[in-house]
Design a protein around this ligand. Structure first.
Ligand code: ADP
Ligand code: MG
Length: 190
């Protein structure tokens, strides 16, 4: 596991919001997936992910941050691009789903992410995987993440963090892709 400080696991919590809907009334247990396959003037793929995790660790509306190991994965879209580095972070937050999305996009902007092509190379991608037990479908935000159940580069680090997790009512260990290491390699810690 990538060491950030805290040893506590995010606990499962119900999703409640304050009257103005801007801030969750309680701490909600969330998971985000981080991916990078583009080096730029700010650093390497692993450094982009490590920097995003460090920012999350410092952020007041996030607590009990835990990060998985880093993994190398074969690209999903165009094949003429470098392998990705992937990790998953689990934490509790008082951010609402859309403010968490904006926060994820802010982390991407901090890594100077530029849109080159769909599913193409990027310095940082931060996707919301799970937000408590919330299920929502919106053009801007789908939770659980639409690709979650088919992507081993998300399921395997998620399972590493919380082996007892259930996703859409199904134990994570029962998702075939959480047992399939095709194209995936565990990266050693520096
Ligand atoms: P991708 O992650 O699919 O490679 P992008 O990072 O460019 O693509 O995101 C495209 C859009 O996906 C975002 O603008 C966002 O509104 C939308 N989106 C829908 N659901 C999610 C989610 N769970 N997490 C992050 N973005 C999401
Ligand atoms: Mg994304």
């Amino acid at each position: 596991m990538f060491s950030i400080d805290s040893n506590t696991k995010p606990s499962s919590m119900k999703t409640n919001f304050n009257a103005d809907n801007s801030r969750a009334a309680t701490w909600v247990s969330c998971y985000v997936g981080l991916g990078s396959n583009l080096m730029n003037e700010l650093g390497s793929p692993s450094e982009h992910i490590a920097r995003a995790l460090a920012s999350m660790q410092e952020y007041g509306q996030i607590r009990e941050l835990q990060a998985s190991s880093f993994y190398a994965s074969a690209p999903m879209g165009p094949q003429d691009q470098p392998d990705f580095v992937n990790a998953v972070a689990g934490f509790q937050t008082t951010l609402t789903p859309f403010t968490l999305l904006a926060y994820c996009q802010q982390l991407e902007a901090l890594a100077k992410r530029a849109r080159i092509r769909r599913w193409g190379e990027r310095s940082l991608d931060v996707d919301i995987l799970l937000y408590g037990d919330l299920q929502m479908t919106d053009p801007q935000l789908t939770i659980p993440h639409a690709g979650l159940s088919e992507r081993n580069f998300v399921l395997i680090p998620l399972r590493e963090l919380t082996p007892t997790l259930t996703v859409a009512g199904i134990p994570i260990v029962d998702y075939p892709q959480s047992n399939d290491w095709t194209g995936l390699t565990l990266l050693s810690c520096d």
